[in-house]
Design a protein around this ligand. Structure first.
Ligand SMILES: Nc1ncnc2c1ncn2[C@@H]1O[C@H](COP(=O)(O)OP(=O)(O)OP(=O)(O)O)[C@@H](O)[C@H]1O
Ligand SMILES: [Mg+2]
Length: 402
């Protein structure tokens, strides 16, 4: 009998290199981002001349290439630094996993003192060590991806920027990246002007651009003729229509490839892309919900739980609809859920902010109550199946119960 793995490996595949169509792959070429690449390069070049680069804030919707482009430029910078013994160091921090000033400092310092453990030391102490490092004429660039996830971001940006006052020859610069278009408006005026010394927008891609991006990835990932041109066009059109998001486009073709393979089809056609759409939508919601801050997850959970139990039919789009909730009842339910978890709930002002953000992410729909409903209140409706949202949140919110 042949070995199980040998047999599995021998199975015909339409993928030449599946990794190349995964969303985590870093392509060597980044078409339609030449301008951004050139500009970031220009902004960082002073570091190589011993000067502090300006801080930079990059923003744009999801999947517009912010992380990939930044990695690309930083890699080039690091290669140059190595070859030329320049005193420049970059460190990348994803603030989704390091979401406070303290956690960012702990993660950031690691690169400069790899053998020391700073856990338990004060933020002030760690920052002094960072400053000591820069004083040896080192220019540091901290890349804070998903910077909007840092709870005390004003404090972080302000104190890092102020550190430069103490350093004569070296410097600390920040590249902040965010897809939350409201984030900048929430910052202190002081932090905003410091972080946004330079700013850059990553616009969504149009269907034609997405088609070209996909074409290049298909050539790397699939065997020749394994993907119909019309399937590429369809994936590009769907992603352009939804959000102009290259990640969605790439995921659509990867899932379509998997569907074709599991049904033993020799080619990815429009049909597989159509089927992949639903799966990718689920992947995306899952990702979005699981990366929300915890309190916002609780607000969403309150909406999901109430949607499942509310029978009343109210109006949100003019038509009578099921699952429409009053903002006040959602806030009350949210407070109950927080209490059950022994968490301190946020104020109603923050609650409203969370509701606004959930709407910009497309997770909920809101409207002001019109005639026929007593008083003025906001109406809220979940954009997705409440059971599905609730089950994602079940695993996300530890120890929670309805
Ligand atoms: N110009 C491009 N050419 C080729 N691939 C691209 C391009 N732009 C983005 N991609 C691909 O799209 C996917 C998403 O890109 P990336 O992660 O950089 O987006 P992002 O703007 O950081 O999104 P988010 O805000 O969700 O973090 C990646 O798989 C990346 O390889
Ligand atoms: Mg990113």
């Amino acid at each position: 009998m042949p070995n199980l793995f040998e047999a599995e490996l021998k199975k015909e595949s339409i993928f030449k290199d599946r990794d190349a169509i995964s969303q985590h792959y870093f392509p060597k070429e980044l078409p339609f981002r030449e301008k951004q690449i050139e500009e970031i390069t220009k902004i960082l070049t002073p570091a190589l001349k011993g000067k502090k680069p300006d801080n930079l804030f990059l923003y744009g919707k999801v999947g517009t290439g912010k992380t990939t482009v930044t990695f690309h430029v930083i890699k080039q910078l690091e290669d140059f630094v190595k070859q030329n013994n320049a005193k420049v160091a970059c460190t990348y921090i994803n603030c989704r996993n390091h979401n406070s000033k303290y956690k960012v400092l702990i993660k950031g310092i690691k690169k400069f003192y790899p053998d020391e453990n700073f856990i338990g030391y004060s933020a002030g102490f760690i920052q002094e060590k960072l400053i000591d490092y820069c004083k040896k004429e080192n220019q540091i660039v901290l890349i804070l991806d998903e910077i909007d996830k840092v709870k005390d971001v004003d404090e972080l940006v302000y104190s890092l920027s102020r550190s430069n006052d103490e350093i004569e020859k070296g410097s600390i610069s920040i590249i902040g990246i965010s897809n939350n278009l409201m984030f900048k408006e929430k910052l202190d005026a002081r932090t905003k002007s410091s972080l946004c010394e330079k700013e850059m927008v990553f616009p969504p891609y149009n269907a034609e651009e997405l088609r070209a991006i996909l074409q290049a990835r298909v050539e790397l990932a699939f065997f020749p003729n394994a993907v119909a041109d019309s399937a590429i066009n369809l994936a590009a059109a769907i992603a352009a229509q939804e959000s102009g998001d290259a990640r969605t486009a790439v995921m659509l073709l990867m899932r379509a490839g998997e569907i074709a393979e599991s049904s033993k089809a020799k080619k990815v056609t429009d049909l597989e892309v159509q089927k992949a759409k639903k799966k990718v939508e689920e992947d995306i919601i899952f990702n979005m919900v699981s990366t929300l801050p915890e309190q916002q997850q609780l607000v969403l959970k309150a909406i999901a739980v109430l949607s499942m139990s509310t029978k009343g039919i109210r109006k949100i789009t003019g038509k009578e609809e099921a699952g429409v909730l009053y903002s006040g009842e959602v806030y009350e339910k949210y407070k109950q859920l927080s209490l059950a978890l022994k968490e301190t709930s946020v104020s109603s002002r923050w609650y409203r902010q969370y509701i606004n953000e959930l709407e910009t992410y497309g997770l909920i729909l809101t409207s002001a109550s019109g005639p026929g409903i007593k008083g003025q209140t906001k109406l809220i409706k979940l954009g997705f199946d409440p059971e599905k949202i609730n089950s994602i949140l079940e695993t996300e919110i530890k120890g929670s119960e309805n």
